[in-house]
Design a protein. Structure first.
Length: 474
């Protein structure tokens, strides 16, 4: 397969690709902003191709105000990337832009190839034969990714530093990147927290990739079967039914290729969301939901759930082997301040439509959390994801909320440069975090300790879902 460092040449030439909704000036501005983000992403957060490290997503550029690229939580960002490409493809077809749709499709093929060949077939890190089985590593970036002494490294370095020089670095006095506008990516020459030994997947990263695959299956007929197959493989692995591994499992445990367990604290125990996983897989693949069930150690599972939810009331529910009852409890909002768990529940619930007639209300409860020390509000994204995947009626109130979020996104992209000298130096309007729809309200609107220039995939996917639900067809 021929490598193409930048597929989207047409981004520089077109301004009329997605449906044009000229109700107000902000609609035109948001469309222009989308394509600015898209060009920014392909130029500074991505090198499209089929070589090692290519078509994988830079999650945070200039991490901690340095000259390094960060690929942390890559599975989540990669899922956003798949979803953005899939929804963009459908919008382009809707607007009769076949040539540009073909270009998006080609980029998506590279992305799925990167998942299969680089993220999934990773068993060699555990001295095992590579196997496409649903187990993947969080990122698979080679240490020489930016090494200018190699051809590939030099290509990556030059591409990712287009129009930038070593003088485009952070200035602590001005709070800016070498005179660039805040949000514009700056010079890079290294990697942040990338090691020779790769970290195994966690369930939140699995759900991120699954979300992207669900959108590919929905939006991209030429890749529908491949997306469904990959979705099924990931599902079977995270519930302990991996056919490539000959490992004993207590059920609903993610195992490494050497059969060692991934701890609960590292996202390795999936039993709490077993019904939500099965329902999502059944919806996407079309297979019977019982195919995605597994047996489990009841005593261990009951104890783990008790500790996890900090309540002794769960034992009788699990002892009766009724995972649906547990999922119904999740639908009422997971107690405590575990916002990352509510984002996982919301992802699975949106994909699987798994609370029946109450799915919208259950999503709203998990996405709009006002209790505890970490309130958050992600209703726009997960409700839109659910409405689109399952052909639900649009909602006028949600439409206005989405418009407000899209309008407020900074033109040059999301970022957070917050410091003691510049305590308010972060993107306004709720775009001060690396992914808005998993962050607390404080992280969205006041910045956090996670500093850098962010890829904007959350904005682009939200924009596309908005257009698919509320945009006018041409």
């Amino acid at each position: 397969m021929k490598t193409r460092p930048l597929i989207f040449y047409i981004l520089l030439l077109t301004n009329s690709i997605l449906p044009c909704v000229l109700i107000a000036q902000t609609e035109q501005e948001n469309r222009d902003k989308y394509w600015h983000y898209r060009q920014r992403f392909n130029q500074y957060f991505m090198y499209v191709g089929d070589k090692s490290g290519e078509s994988l997503v830079v999650c945070n550029r200039n991490r901690n105000m340095t000259t390094r690229l960060c690929f942390g939580q890559h599975g989540i960002h990669f899922g956003y990337y798949l979803g953005m490409l899939a929804t963009e493809y459908q919008l382009l077809l809707r607007n009769h832009e076949q040539q540009t749709a073909d270009s998006t499709l080609e980029e998506l093929r590279y992305a799925l190839l990167a998942y299969s060949e680089q993220m999934d077939k990773c068993e060699y890190y555990w001295d095992k034969e590579p196997c496409l089985d649903g187990f993947f590593v969080r990122e698979n970036i080679p240490l020489d990714y930016l090494d200018t002494n190699t051809v590939s490294g030099r290509n990556h370095f030059n591409h990712l530093n287009t129009d930038l020089t070593k003088f485009h670095i952070f200035n602590s006095d001005s709070g800016k990147m070498g005179g660039l506008e805040n949000g514009q990516p700056a010079f890079v020459n290294g990697l942040f927290d990338v090691s020779q030994r790769k970290e195994p997947m966690s369930q939140d990263e699995a759900y991120g990739v699954m979300m992207g695959l669900a959108l590919v299956a929905k939006c991209v007929p030429p890749l529908e079967q491949e997306a469904k197959h990959l979705f099924e493989l990931i599902t079977l692995h995270i519930i302990g039914k991996n056919e490539c591994q000959n490992c004993h499992s207590n059920g609903y445990e993610i195992r490494k290729p050497d059969c060692s367990s991934i701890s609960e604290s590292s996202g390795g125990v999936t039993a709490f969301f077993g019904y939500g996983i099965a329902a999502a897989a059944a919806k996407v693949t079309g297979k019977d939901i019982h195919y995605f069930y597994n047996t489990f150690d009841k005593e261990k599972f009951a104890y783990t759930v008790k500790e996890y939810f900090q309540t002794g009331k769960m034992k009788s529910t699990i002892g009766g082997n009724n995972m649906y009852m547990l999922w119904k409890i999740c639908g009422n909002g997971i107690p405590g301040s575990q916002e990352w768990n509510r984002s996982m529940v919301s992802t699975l619930g949106a994909i699987g439509d798994s609370w029946g007639k109450r799915t919208d209300k259950s999503l709203a409860k998990n996405c709009h959390w006002t209790k505890g020390s970490k309130p958050h509000d992600w209703r726009t994204f997960y409700l839109s994801l659910w409405r689109f995947l399952h052909d639900k009626e649009p909602n006028t109130e949600e439409k206005q909320m989405i418009r407000h979020e899209l309008d407020s996104a900074p033109y040059h992209g999301p970022y957070n440069f917050k410091s003691e000298a510049h305590p308010a130096n972060f993107a306004s309007g709720g775009w001060a975090y690396v992914y808005r729809y998993r962050a607390t309200i404080s992280e969205q609107f006041e910045g956090s300790r996670l500093l850098g220039v962010f890829n904007g995939l959350d904005y682009m996917l939200m924009y596309n879902l908005y257009q698919l639900l509320y945009g006018k067809r041409e």
